[in-house]
Design a protein around this ligand. Sequence first.
Ligand code: PLP
Length: 365
Amino acid sequence: MSFDVLSWALPSVLSLQPYQPGKPVSELQRELGLADIIKLASNENPLGCSPAVQPAVQAELAKLALYPDGAGFELRQALARHHGLDMAQVTLGNGSNDLLEIIAHSFLSCPHAAVVSEYAFAIYGLVVRAIGARLLSAAAHDYGHDLAAMRALIDAQTRIVFIANPNNPTGSILSQAALREFMQDLPEHVVVVLDEAYLEYAQEGGVDAASWLAQFPALIICRTFSKAYGLAGLRVGYALSSVAIADVLNRVRQPFNVSAVALVAAQAALADQDFVARSRQLNAQGMTQMLSGLHTLGVRALPSQGNFLCVDLDRPAQPVYAGLLRHGVIVRPLAGYGLPQHLRISIGLPHENERCLQALDEVLR
Ligand SMILES: *Cc1c(COP(=O)(O)O)cnc(C)c1O
């Protein structure tokens, strides 16, 4: 007798499409045998991470037989200080994606719904639908969140609203004033997840966690060490919330969800705010370089407050994506986001940006 896994898996799970990450460099190497490949596909930090991380990690390597501190005491203490909050308001995650899943499991079950925007980060839909909860998506306005449309979708069963600010993959941002108005108008049974993965790069839109959490008890702010801190490979993110919400999240969180190496690395990275400032500056320069290069090529890009550009090719993007791969340049196709004519290109080092522009020029001819 054969075991038919498809008949046993949950229908809500069978309806999911696996998340499509940016193509790893090693994979393209295997496929095309290219030696010189650049990856501008996953919004990673082209500067790497703070030089303070290496020695911290090195010291921790002597203790790998021990479980990590499941409470993440020192990192949470440092994060609380950094944000002017109480330690009990900080919850750690194995990347902020882990927190998004923890939040979904804490507040959603089958009859419930979560509200997102069109072109929202794909993980929101995955964690909601995997539970069997409903995902309600509001049409975007100008490729960004339409908060009035999202508000209109909230019903008695809605438990979570996910907002990425800045948004990935479109790069749009909401002003503090618009967010505040939205928060003030929410029914009491709804938790708002404000995903600020790219906030270090943004010129505007950031909220002061301490005062906003004091004012809005149903707010959860998610941050990550994967982008401006340059630690995507180690997987560390955190949520800032009321003590009561953190207490709920900690019931679902796996006790050792952040590794010992990741804990010390994140702490060292957090302490080096100069590195974050350098990353921000490099990104601003690279953004200018890419926008001017794209303009010369006659390619439009959406305004972006992140470390990436969403370019509108005005024709099917898949062949352009494939052409760039043959030039050893990995970018991100967005058909899975309902944007089959767009590509997302991460801002790299100046020579990487230049190489991407040259490859794009050749591919578009
Ligand atoms: C990259 C990204 C994250 C961070 O994910 P990690 O799990 O922390 O690596 C979160 N939200 C959005 C919108 C992102 O683009």
